[in-house]
Design a protein around this ligand. Structure first.
Ligand SMILES: [Zn+2]
Length: 599
């Protein structure tokens, strides 16, 4: 749609009965990059609020609840307001026994009622018929069990003119209809979720998908490049644990390298720093030649039980440093660089671990859950979870990754401009490379196929931009190293922001040269000018961290237990994993041996 002469706004006409949902909508629009002023309205308003008329009618975008519509509809100035606007969103419907006169009026009889969809599980389908802007979720379905029964519009009696954008159990719940000079969008959800409400740990977000996806489709269809958009959609598969010998469990590096070249996929091994002395030079020499397809990242340090779930700051800082020292030694021994990214072992980490990674200058953390074990003290919100990376703790980026089970979740990640990170273990290759090829095929069917890169490249190429004017973009980035690329054919000015606390940053360099910057209101800000198709590394350099002495020594007992644990894990992956029965028995023995949880 687009076609705005200046920065567009979504004016939310807000009335008392729907004030909570109105505010929730304004927040979500702001989260996607669209300014959405709340304009209070009431029954005695003599004329349209001036804010609603600020933009010319052809650029006017309005949103209001059905409750607000009912308050305003009898006022003389109101009937002409909606048909003149470019786009209108109406939400907040309730079940009607038979017919809803307002709905009939809004859709010229096409939709007549709102019904509760009675079922145990709900299948939502996001329609993609080529008539509308394509999204990664277009043409895909997901199922969910819901705490409350969802609402849908009674099936349209007149099919012409009603476009179903989302349906639940085959009944439309988000539709668009032509309205005067513009388009009217109707979202059946009775209320809208506030993205700033703290959530319980590991709370699944699928229950809010229908409204969040509906609102995203509305905002991105209407406002396009005025919404935050990642110019590059990257993808990586991360395999945890293997060391670099000819073979680790079901993973054979020679055939893997061939496969990566053939499929064009990129893969990163979550490398346990403890194994730094064990790499086979022939294998590392071969893998060094695959820099655009293969890398290793830091996977714990000793990979002991819940290693980074500790709350002991000194211990975590030391572990994070030891891990880097071992990786550095590995690089010296093999000339193989590594990604300065932590993939947490067993998916468990604390907020103190995030602080340690920040202090030790890691670039990012990657995990199957973005929830720290001590999240209850400072819980995440939907805003945190939907963002490209969680940056709530020490402004340090935590990127989520997923097992390759349901491509719909990756499509949602893509819709929210996140890199597509797949997590697996060596057993992924148990029956050859077909599972990897399947993932590559599925991700290639998204509206825009991803660019495969090893982990560090994928994360440092991830940023989002939105139009700020002609040749000018606002850009948000997350990692302290950013590969900023101007993919347009025009020179562009980027006004960059990154979440950051004041007093930590020493300098910002662009292509190795210092540039002016400021840290204000929780954000680091700087401007970068790039020529057409140009790219530069933007680097945030931090002041030297407070020196932490080597408080801990690794006792002989600790070392021998780590050694025993690593050998048992290797034996499990290399030999026992081939027999399910032996594997189960070995897991039991290992659990008993290490029950104390010391290692
Ligand atoms: Zn692991």
């Amino acid at each position: 749609m687009e076609g705005f002469t200046k920065e567009p706004r979504l004016v939310v006409l807000s009335s008392e009965p729907s004030a909570v949902s109105d505010r929730a909508l304004a927040k979500f629009a702001g989260f996607l990059g669209v300014t959405a002023p709340l304009v209070p309205v009431h029954a005695e308003l003599a004329g349209p609020p001036p804010e609603a008329l600020m933009a010319p009618a052809t650029e006017r975008c309005l949103a209001l609840s059905l409750a607000t519509f009912r308050i305003l509809k009898s006022q003389s100035w109101f009937p002409s307001l909606l048909p003149q606007a470019k786009a209108i969103l109406i939400y907040g419907f309730g079940v009607t026994e038979t017919e809803c006169g307002d709905l009939k009026e809004l859709t010229r009889g096409a939709l007549a009622s709102v019904v509760a969809v009675d079922a145990k599980t709900f299948e939502y389908h996001i329609h993609g018929d080529g008539k509308h802007k394509a999204f990664p979720i277009s043409g895909r379905s997901y199922t969910v069990e819901l705490p409350a029964v969802p609402l849908a519009f009674g099936s349209p009696s007149v099919r012409d003119g009603v476009d179903t954008l989302i349906s639940v159990n085959h009944q439309p719940c988000f539709v668009s209809v032509p309205s005067g000079r513009g388009t009217l969008y109707l979202l059946s959800s009775p209320t809208l979720v506030d993205i700033d409400v703290p959530l319980p740990s590991n709370c699944p977000s699928r229950q809010w998908y229908a409204e969040l996806l509906g609102l995203s489709i509305f905002l991105r269809s209407v406002f396009g490049r005025w919404c935050w958009t990642a110019p590059a959609r990257t993808a990586t598969i991360v395999i945890d644990d293997p060391y670099l010998k000819k073979r680790y469990g079901f993973l054979r590096y020679e055939s893997l390298a061939r496969e990566l070249q053939q499929t064009g996929c990129s893969l990163t091994v979550g490398f346990i720093p403890y194994n730094y002395w064990r790499s086979d030079r022939r294998v590392t020499n071969m893998l060094r030649g695959q820099r655009d397809r293969f890398s290793i990242a830091v996977h714990g340090c000793d990979h002991t039980t819940a290693e980074f779930a500790s709350r002991d700051e000194m211990w975590l800082n030391q572990k994070a440093r030891w891990a880097l020292e071992r990786m550095d030694t590995h690089t010296k021994l093999t000339q193989m660089p590594y990604d300065e990214v932590m993939v947490f072992p067993q998916g468990r980490f604390s907020t103190k671990a995030i602080q340690a990674l920040k202090e030790c200058r890691y670039l990012a953390a990657v995990n199957t859950t973005v929830w720290p074990v001590d999240a209850a003290e400072n819980p995440l919100t939907l805003r945190d979870i939907l963002d490209v990376a969680v940056t709530k703790y020490d402004n340090f980026p935590i990127f989520g990754r997923r097992y390759p089970q349901d491509v719909f979740d990756f499509a949602v990640d893509a819709l929210f401009q996140k890199p597509l990170l797949i997590g697996e273990h060596h057993a992924f290759f148990k029956s050859g490379f077909e599972p990897l090829r399947r993932v590559a095929r599925e991700l290639a069917t998204l509206d825009t196929p991803p660019v495969w890169m090893p982990l560090q490249g994928a994360l440092t190429s991830t940023f989002v931009v939105k139009r700020a004017g002609s040749g000018h973009y606002d850009a948000r980035f997350f990692t302290s190293l950013l590969r900023l690329r101007n993919a347009t054919g025009e020179p562009c000015l980027y006004s960059l922001t990154k979440p950051e606390a004041p007093g930590l940053v020493e300098a910002v360099t662009v292509g190795g040269k210092s540039v002016p910057f400021e840290c204000r209101s929780g954000f680091l800000k700087c401007d970068v000018q790039l020529g057409p198709e140009d790219e530069r590394d933007v680097k945030v350099l931090y002041r030297a961290a407070e020196h932490r002495s080597n408080h801990y020594r690794r006792s002989w007992n600790f070392r021998s237990r780590v050694f025993a644990r690593r050998m048992l894990s290797d034996m499990r992956d290399n030999y026992l994993s081939k027999s399910d029965r032996l594997l189960a028995a070995a897991e039991k023995v290992k659990d008993r041996l290490f029950k104390d949880g010391i290692v």
